[in-house]
Design a protein around this ligand. Structure first.
Ligand code: AMP
Length: 112
């Protein structure tokens, strides 16, 4: 069971900002920006590289949730970045698909 499944199951605490039947969004425990929220599907897909065509609506919902959370947390106008790390070269550390939403500071490009 991944750490995110434990958060979904309320076995460990998290600062939840949004939840419905399909997704949960909570503040990252080790934030890389003043706003750093993770948007996680409740159904486990290990990583983007393992998503299937049938997952497309859920993938869309993750991005739509990022849009809503960004508005809620006041970064829609100032700007924000949405990141998915898939696999070792991207630095993925939790094998449960998640979208990072980062904002409230200027973000450099390209990422490291
Ligand atoms: P990634 O490296 O893309 O797999 O991202 C995993 C993220 O999960 C990292 O940014 C971690 O800081 C974050 N993280 C790990 N454990 C927790 C936790 N218990 N609560 C919130 N965020 C976590």
């Amino acid at each position: 069971m991944t750490i995110f499944e434990k958060i979904i199951g309320r076995e460990i605490p998290a600062k939840i900002v949004f939840e419905d039947d399909d997704v949960i969004a909570f503040h990252d425990v080790d934030p890389k920006a003043p706003v750093h929220v993770l948007i996680v599907p409740k159904r486990v897909i290990p990583r983007l590289a393992e998503a299937e065509e049938a997952d497309a609506p859920l993938l869309g919902k993750l991005i739509w949730t990022a849009t809503k959370v960004a508005r809620e947390l006041g970064v829609a106008e100032s700007g924000y970045r949405v990141v998915i790390n898939s696999g070792p070269d991207a630095g993925e550390s939790v094998p449960h698909l998640h979208v990072h939403l980062l904002g409230k500071r200027s973000l450099s490009w390209p990422p490291g």
